[in-house]
Ligand binder design. Structure first.
Ligand code: SF4
Length: 355
């Protein structure tokens, strides 16, 4: 059974939310269900940065299962940037780990007086004080909550100072580098004094018919690997920056705030150029068989020198390390135990998501 929470940050109340079965069937995934809920609940004309706004952190039914590309999670709110009900998506591990913590989604409403974060562990929710984290950046906040949560098996989505200061394009970040990066959802968390959500647990999504599910996911994996040049070659090879030259050549590359749609030096940041100059490895989100995420090394002469995840693509959290990479059973096909010591030992390693 799917579980949703309603957290009122003004009163501190946390309630289990019942969503009718018909609604869950009509609005299957994170975005659809999130928009439906907010469309029904939000008053028209509210200020997106007021306590009247709500924000839903939500997954889909396949999140955290062995289904390929099932690592995504979704945030839905009234955007301070567009003034519309808006969704923003991110990858990595946070979505699956929200499921392993025992929940499919959390609706936040109201606004806290002091900074707080929500801690979810094996079906138990708790609002915790985040005063010491307010003003801290994403890296510090993530590390602090992981430490407080006991280290292994914790995943964190949080905001940095931009979200706290209500910058209208502020992001929600998970695993340090992953980004729900559209629409200023970070500012909505900031307006609610909600610094972060930390998740931990070992509850696996229940599959109604394991054999049928296994056959369907195997088929989907095979298709992604073999039937499409985009998912089997272009994205693993060049990341999502593969689109830079394609779009620019077609005259659709937003430049100078879309005063023009052709960028003369676009090729300098194209997937091909980045692959040939900076790329050292590729990686992916939970359950991914594509691995569009980049690992790059920038030479010492640059201000931004160093090696790490990015740019572009499905770069995921954690700093670059020298781990040996997880097995397909652990992560690549989503059949391993979440939060196991074995998996954690490769958390910062290369290829842990390889399918
Ligand atoms: S690594 Fe890229 S292709 Fe794979 S799930 Fe993440 S964003 Fe999607």
């Amino acid at each position: 059974m799917r579980r949703f929470l309603r957290v009122n940050l003004s009163t501190g109340s946390i309630k289990e939310e019942k969503i009718p079965e018909d609604t869950l069937k009509d609005f299957i995934g994170g975005r659809g269900l999130g928009v439906k809920v907010l469309y029904d609940e939000l008053e028209s004309g509210i200020d997106p940065l007021s306590p009247e706004n709500k924000i839903l952190i939500i997954t889909g039914p396949l999140t955290g299962t062995a289904s390929p590309e099932s690592g995504r999670w979704c945030s839905v709110t009234k955007s301070p940037l567009t003034g519309t009900i808006h969704d923003s998506q991110s990858g990595g591990d946070f979505g699956p780990y929200l499921k392993f913590a025992g929940f499919d989604g959390v609706l936040f409403e109201g606004s806290s007086e002091k900074p707080v974060y929500l801690w979810l562990e094996n079906g138990q929710p708790e609002i915790k004080d985040a005063s010491s984290l307010w003003g801290k950046d994403v890296f510090h906040t993530t590390d602090a909550i992981i430490k407080e949560g006991g280290g292994n098996g914790v995943r964190v989505a949080c905001i940095g100072p931009a979200g706290e200061k209500l910058v209208r394009f502020a992001n929600i970040m998970n695993e340090k580098h992953r980004t729900a990066g559209r629409g200023g959802h970070g500012a909505v968390l900031g307006s609610k004094k909600l610094k972060a959500i930390g998740v931990k647990g070992n509850k696996r999504p229940q599959i109604a018919d394991e054999d049928t599910f296994k056959a369907a996911t195997a088929k989907a994996r095979k298709r992604l690997k073999e039937n499409s040049e985009v998912t089997s070659e272009t994205l693993p090879d060049e990341g999502t920056a593969a689109l830079v030259n394609e779009i620019n050549e077609r005259g659709g590359y937003p430049t100078k705030n879309f005063q023009t749609s052709v960028f003369a030096t676009a090729n300098r940041t194209s997937g091909e150029t980045l692959r040939d100059t900076l790329l050292t490895d590729s990686m992916g989100c939970w359950g991914c068989v594509i691995n569009c995420g980049r690992v790059s090394k920038v030479p010492a002469w640059s201000y931004f020198s160093g090696e790490g995840e990015g740019p572009g693509g499905g770069d995921r959290g954690g700093e670059r390390g020298s781990g040996s990479g997880g097995s397909a059973g652990e992560h690549g096909d989503g059949t391993g135990e979440p939060g196991s010591a074995g998996r954690e030992s490769t958390e910062r390693g290369v290829g842990q998501h390889g399918g």
